[in-house]
Design a protein around this ligand. Structure first.
Ligand code: NAP
Length: 455
């Protein structure tokens, strides 16, 4: 199947790209293996210079790069450009900190000298989704390549122009040819790439199904994986929360990227004493949201990225409403060309409904009302996922205690869940394993080598 670039706001097919044929794929794998032998010998200081240039390239080209994301997957142009800037920031972060993260650590033992060295593994395959077509890739690539590895990208099939633009960015910044390559291949070809002796490890960001498949193939090959999978993050509002601020934040937490974010707040768990006030405030926020042409700088919510995602949201809402959910606002597809869905709030949600049980990857908030803090924590953990959580209360002592009870990779108190290059990012349970970003991310794909010396 070819890669098809289709504008989800207009449904116009923009471009098609053929899948790599077998010999082309093999050439790229060979190049990856040979360039690694040279790249691993390049000093971290020299890698730093190139990574800084890459950051500069991204900043200089954010309009063009941002536009590609907008036309391929529907993200509003302001958000797309902000995403490119965040990638640049992350390149700078690793350029400035990789030396420190990778310095050998001396350890006192019975040896004359013993230390731990951090060495690259080789070619790392990244299988990535379309929802943050640059950010997902750069948060893998910047640390991994600074550590001396080389990268291969199998990007989602609806964002081939972004995928090729990323490869071009590395070349334009001056990285040796082959340090980062895009493979236009179908997901069915991924298994053979994982099995190739060139590939040493795999990272996948995407759905549970894709994660299970990739991890089991890599497991057979005894190759390490990092999995960043789905989420159903709770947004917990306790009795003493700042309701107006929480409601304003809830709008962004749920509606950013048309709700298609793994760390979007998906389940709004409200203590009953403040539930109605919060629902009213959040409904007002959702009603004011500007939905429309993603190329318009005023637009806050664009279309969903594809027809399949839109139909899934339609199903989840319809089935939940049949089971008794109440529509506070929205609840329908928007009658215009493109895959637009109304910002939606469903209340009266209970545990038998799809919007409670499943990941809701669109602009639909599910409201769950609980009696008190204890019931809130029970509802928070009543999910197969464990990515992030946002907790709202003025009592910070209590907040820190509750944070220890939440089964997730992060807890944000009085703020929305976000990724930040300085902090580790990842999940528990069916949200995956391993960490990206910070000092933890750069150590996922390295050989932690013990060296023991006796005089
Ligand atoms: P997806 O269908 O799993 O696709 C993600 C990537 O995996 C794409 O490149 C896709 O290629 C590939 N893929 C799909 N099935 C595969 C298989 N069996 N073997 C090998 N590769 C396969 O996910 P999506 O629908 O694009 O993205 C949404 C999901 O990603 C949501 O669940 C979301 O929560 C999750 N996500 C998680 C994070 C995180 O950091 N935890 C971040 C963003 C998104 P094709 O496009 O060619 O199918």
């Amino acid at each position: 199947m070819p890669y098809i670039s289709k504008n989800p706001a207009t449904m116009e097919v923009l471009k098609e790209f053929p899948e790599l044929i077998e010999t082309e794929l093999q050439q790229k794998l060979n190049l990856s293996a040979s360039v690694f032998e040279r790249w691993k010998m390049v000093s971290v200081a020299e890698r730093t210079v190139l990574m800084k240039k890459l950051a500069e390239y991204l900043r200089q080209n954010k309009k063009e790069l941002g536009t590609l994301a907008t036309v391929e997957m529907g993200k509003p142009i302001t958000a797309a450009m902000a995403e490119v800037e965040k990638c640049a920031l992350t390149c700078d972060f690793y350029a400035e900190n990789a030396e420190r993260f990778l310095t050998s650590e001396s350890v006192s033992t019975d040896a004359t000298e013993s230390y731990v060295a951090f060495e690259p593994l080789g070619t790392i395959l990244a299988v990535m989704p379309w929802n943050f077509p640059y950010w997902q890739v750069f948060r893998f690539a910047a640390p991994t390549i600074m550590a001396g590895n080389v990268g291969l990208l199998k990007h989602a099939s609806n964002v081939p122009q972004c995928a090729l633009a990323i490869e071009r960015a590395f070349v334009e910044a001056g990285f040796p040819n082959g340090v980062f390559q895009t493979l236009l291949i179908n997901s069915s070809t991924v298994a053979s790439v994982i099995k190739s002796s060139v590939v040493k490890a795999v990272t996948l960001t995407g759905s549970e199904n894709a994660g299970r498949s990739v991890a089991s193939i890599a497991g057979q090959q005894i190759k390490k994986t990092v999995l960043e999978l789905g989420g159903s993050d709770p947004f917990i509002v306790l009795a003493d929360a700042d309701i107006q601020l929480a409601a304003k934040t809830a709008k962004i937490a749920r509606l950013q990227n048309a709700g298609q974010s793994c760390i979007a707040a998906k389940r709004f768990i409200l203590v009953e004493s403040v539930a109605q006030e919060f629902i009213q405030a959040m409904t007002a926020e959702f009603k004011q949201t500007i939905v429309g042409d993603p190329m318009d700088e005023k637009t806050e919510v664009g279309p969903m990225a594809n027809e399949q995602g839109l139909q899934e949201i339609v199903r989840q809402v319809e089935e939940s409403v049949k089971l008794g959910a109440k529509i506070e606002t929205g609840g329908h597809q928007i009658d215009r060309p493109g895959y637009f869905y109304e910002p939606t709030i469903l209340s009266n949600v209970n545990s038998i409904m799809p919007v409670y049980q499943e990941e809701v990857f669109g602009p639909v908030a599910a409201v769950i009302i609980v009696k008190d803090d204890q019931e809130a924590i029970k509802a928070v953990n009543d999910t197969p996922f464990g990515l992030g959580a946002s907790l709202w209360t003025k009592d910070l002592v209590k907040a820190k205690q509750l944070a220890t009870l939440i089964e997730s990779g992060s807890v944000f108190i009085n703020g929305l869940v976000k990724s930040d290059p300085r902090l580790p990012f990842g999940g528990l349970k069916n949200s995956g394993y391993g960490r990206e970003l910070s000092s933890f991310g750069i150590r996922e794909f390295i050989n932690i080598k013990t060296v023991w010396i006796k005089k």
